[in-house]
Design a protein around this ligand. Structure first.
Ligand SMILES: O=C(O)c1cc(=O)[nH]c(=O)n1[C@@H]1O[C@H](COP(=O)(O)O)[C@@H](O)[C@H]1O
Length: 269
């Protein structure tokens, strides 16, 4: 999907919500555990109930890898289901990959070609030759971790390197990479106060902003500092939406939570 298509979808739906599909079998309704593929059954119900309220879904691969082959199969079924039924939805494989060049190429093939996601999250730590292989894929997006939502972000990301904090170096240097127009960046919703400065370095890039909901990030604050004239934000909530209820009506309750967030977004689109 192109960035222009994503922006057009955001405007049409008046939503820049991304729903995180972080499926934990201990948290899903018990009646689904009798299904042949409980993870996919859960995702399908959530997607069918919420697709009109969001523009993106983000399965975090850890939640699938943890269940071995069964989990990977459920991830594959989920992306196929999304691409076949809701092709207007932007899909994010939250895999946080990145390695030496030839290995990154294989990671990129896994998520862009085999699984046909629109984007993948990548750790920038190994530098240019670990990121550029992802950027070679046309109309695919590489979402680089810049300033993450967790407390540990302060261990390295905000430390001074040369005259900048490390996360600012990530933003500046990555802009010089070949095909850097295919880059987006992760900035945690819990770090909203940093967004004004971040926007000075990357005014036009899309930001994936996780941390609203369970981690306590504030949507209004994120919008105040993070919006640009193309909206430029995908705000993610996972647990706060998909685990709204453990009862039979879990998907409707998830839709209610998604609707609350989308209602807040209307003012900004
Ligand atoms: O890359 C991410 O998506 C990510 C980056 C970050 O800084 N913080 C963060 O929470 N995430 C992911 O976003 C999701 C947040 O989930 P909830 O806290 O349940 O909404 C999880 O899948 C995290 O792995």
């Amino acid at each position: 999907m192109t960035t222009a298509q994503l922006v057009s979808e955001i405007k049409k739906k008046q939503s820049f919500l991304c729903i995180g599909l972080d499926v934990d079998l201990n948290k899903i309704p018990e009646h689904l555990l009798k299904e042949e593929d409980p993870i996919f059954a859960f995702n399908k119900a959530i997607i069918d109930a919420t697709h009109h309220l969001c523009v993106a879904y983000k399965p975090n691969t850890a939640f699938y890898e943890a269940y071995g082959l069964k989990g990977w199969k459920a991830l594959e079924k989920t992306i196929i289901y999304l691409n076949e039924n809701y092709p207007e939805i932007f899909t994010i494989a939250d895999a946080k990959r990145g390695d030496i060049g030839n290995t990154s190429t294989m990671y990129a093939k896994a998520f862009f070609e085999d699984l046909a996601f629109d984007s993948v999250t990548v750790a920038p730590y190994m530098g240019k030759d670990s990121v550029e292989p992802f950027l070679e894929f046309k109309d695919k997006h590489t979402i680089l971790l810049a300033l993450t939502s967790n407390q540990g972000a302060f261990d390295f990301q905000t430390k001074q390197v040369e005259e900048n904090e490390l996360y600012k170096e990530v933003l500046k240097v990555s802009k010089t990479y070949k095909n850097s127009e295919n880059l987006m960046y992760v900035v945690g919703a819990t770090k909203a106060e940093y967004l004004a400065e971040i926007r000075q370095i990357i005014p036009d890039s899309f930001l994936l902003v996780p941390g609203v909901g369970a981690q306590g990030g504030n949507l209004q604050e994120v919008c105040k500092y993070g919006l640009n004239d193309q909206i430029g934000l995908l705000i993610n909530s996972s647990r706060g939406i998909i685990y709204a209820s453990k009862n039979e009506d879990f998907a409707q309750q998830a839709a209610k939570k998604a609707q609350e967030i989308q209602n807040e977004m209307i003012a900004f689109v």
